[in-house]
Design a protein around this ligand. Structure first.
Ligand SMILES: Cc1cc2nc3c(=O)[nH]c(=O)nc-3n(C[C@H](O)[C@H](O)[C@H](O)COP(=O)(O)O)c2cc1C
Length: 199
């Protein structure tokens, strides 16, 4: 059995391709690992706001010196990190927005990437503290970024791979529903994405 964490960042609910693709990945993992448990975090529920001055004050105050306000401010971040530590497998749903990731997902990254919690700096450089985890990125885009003329604009997946790798999660695989804005490709884009899953 696996502990599976599904991070949703599309606000489009049942219409979302990244959510459908993420669900298809999870179904396959569950089939291969009976008894798996799925936790879902929908970032559109505004649980993780953009970082404010009070978040930074809280994150950079040693725990034994934190006020109760500091602790309350950091609570959502602590919970997001606890979910990550709990998970064996993390499925990150990503609609491509303006060549990057949605701001709700960037806010999640800002809340989980914390010195002393998910990475450390030492004399030999940075060390990620999240080990032995697998990430599947379920990416949806109007254009095609995996090949062809737009490949040079494929920023979302490499960015997530880099930042998660920095936190110690080096096993990151991306699946795509792409070309949903291109008439000849749109019709089969979801089916093609789901068929490509090899978990
Ligand atoms: C605000 C916004 C920005 C977008 N920017 C891009 C983009 O830069 N490149 C692209 O290929 N598609 C872009 N799209 C299209 C989405 O990536 C596409 O509709 C995708 O299916 C959305 O994911 P979802 O179905 O999971 O919501 C954009 C859509 C929106 C709403």
């Amino acid at each position: 059995m696996k502990n599976i964490l599904h991070i949703i960042s599309s606000p489009r609910g049942d219409a979302s391709f990244s959510i459908k693709l993420g669900n298809a990945i999870i179904e396959k993992i569950e089939t291969a690992n009976p008894g798996s448990i799925v936790r879902t975090t929908n970032l559109n529920d505004s649980i993780l706001p953009h970082l404010s001055a009070s978040h930074l004050a809280s994150f950079f105050t040693p725990e034994d010196q934190q006020t109760s306000d500091n602790k309350e401010t950091a609570r959502a971040s602590e919970e997001a990190i606890a979910d990550l530590k709990w998970a064996d497998v993390i499925v990150v749903g990503v609609p491509v927005y303006n060549f990057g990731i949605p701001s709700a997902l960037k806010a999640w990254v800002d809340h989980i990437a914390r010195a002393g919690k998910t990475f450390n700096y030492s004399a030999s450089g940075a060390e990620g503290l999240l080990k032995n985890k697998k990430v599947y990125v379920a990416l949806a885009s109007g254009a095609v970024f995996s090949e062809g003329p737009m490949q040079a604009y494929d920023f979302a997946s490499p960015y997530l791979k880099s930042v998660l790798g920095f936190l110690g999660i080096t096993d990151v695989e991306t699946y795509r529903v792409e070309g949903t804005a291109i008439p000849d490709l749109a019709e089969n884009a979801l089916e093609k994405g789901i068929d490509s899953i090899t978990v």
